[in-house]
Design a protein around this ligand. Structure first.
Ligand code: FES
Length: 203
C-alpha cells in the first residue's frame, strides 16, 4: 500500500481528538472543508474521483473515540472507532429511537445490525442529515449535554435538532425521518478500508 497518506491534522476536542485525514490511493477525494475545484479546472483523474471513485482509508492510527473524515462523491464520510463501552450502550437506546433495527433506513445488508457496521468497533457513515442535508456534529460526550439529559454519545444536527446515536440511528421525535446512511464499503486489510466499493463482501 503506497502513496496513501497525504496529510494529517489533529485538533483537541473536549479531551478527545478529531482527526481529519486526507487519503489518497484508489480515489482520493480530500479533506472535508477544502473547496472542490470546479469541474473545468479538474484534471481527468480529479474528475473521475469527484464522480465517485472508491476512497481508500488507512485507519491504523484511529484510536478509540476518534473520528476521521474523508470525502467520497463530494460528501463527508465519517469513520469512527467506537469504544467497548459505547457499543454496549447501543442496545439500551432502542426505546428512544425511531428505527432501531434500521428497517426503513439505508445501509448495505452487511451493516443492518445493531452496530450498523462490518466490524463492531468501526462505524462508517455518510455525514449528511437525512432531514434536509446539513452535516451533523460528532458529540462523543456521555451524560448531561445541552440537548439531552442522558446522552450516550452520537451526532447532533444543529440545523433543526435531529439527534443520532453512535450507530447513526435517529432518535424519535426529531425531524430526520431515517437513520444516517451507511455507504458501501469493505476492508482491504485489517487497517485499510475501501469506501464506495463492496464488491467482495456483497458477492
Ligand atoms: S437538516 Fe438535520 S435536522 Fe434538519
Amino acid at each position: 500500500m503506497t502513496d496513501r497518506h497525504m496529510d494529517y491534522k489533529q485538533v483537541d476536542h473536549k479531551r478527545r481528538r478529531l482527526l481529519t485525514i486526507a487519503t489518497s490511493g484508489v480515489g482520493l477525494a480530500g479533506v472535508v472543508g477544502l473547496a472542490i475545484p470546479f469541474a473545468g479546472s479538474m484534471s481527468p483523474s480529479e474528475k473521475a474521483k469527484a464522480a465517485g471513485a472508491p476512497v481508500e482509508v488507512d485507519i491504523s492510527k484511529l484510536e478509540s473515540g476518534q473520528q476521521l473524515i474523508v470525502k467520497w462523491r463530494g460528501k463527508p464520510v465519517w469513520v469512527i472507532r467506537r469504544s467497548r463501552e459505547s457499543l454496549e450502550m447501543l442496545a439500551d437506546l432502542n426505546d428512544r429511537l425511531l428505527d432501531p433495527s434500521s428497517k426503513n433506513s439505508q445501509q448495505p445488508d452487511y451493516a443492518q445490525n445493531i452496530y450498523r457496521s462490518i466490524k463492531q468497533e468501526v462505524l462508517v457513515l455518510v455525514g449528511i442529515c437525512t432531514h434536509l442535508g446539513c452535516s451533523p456534529k460528532y458529540q462523543p460526550e456521555i451524560g448531561i449535554v445541552p440537548f439531552d439529559d442522558d446522552w450516550k454519545g452520537g451526532f447532533l444536527c444543529a440545523c433543526h435538532g435531529s439527534k443520532f446515536d453512535l450507530a447513526g440511528r435517529v432518535y424519535s421525535g426529531v425531524p430526520a425521518p431515517s437513520n444516517l446512511v451507511v455507504p458501501p464499503h469493505q476492508y482491504l486489510s485489517d487497517n485499510v478500508l475501501l469506501i464506495g466499493d463492496d464488491e467482495k463482501v456483497s458477492s
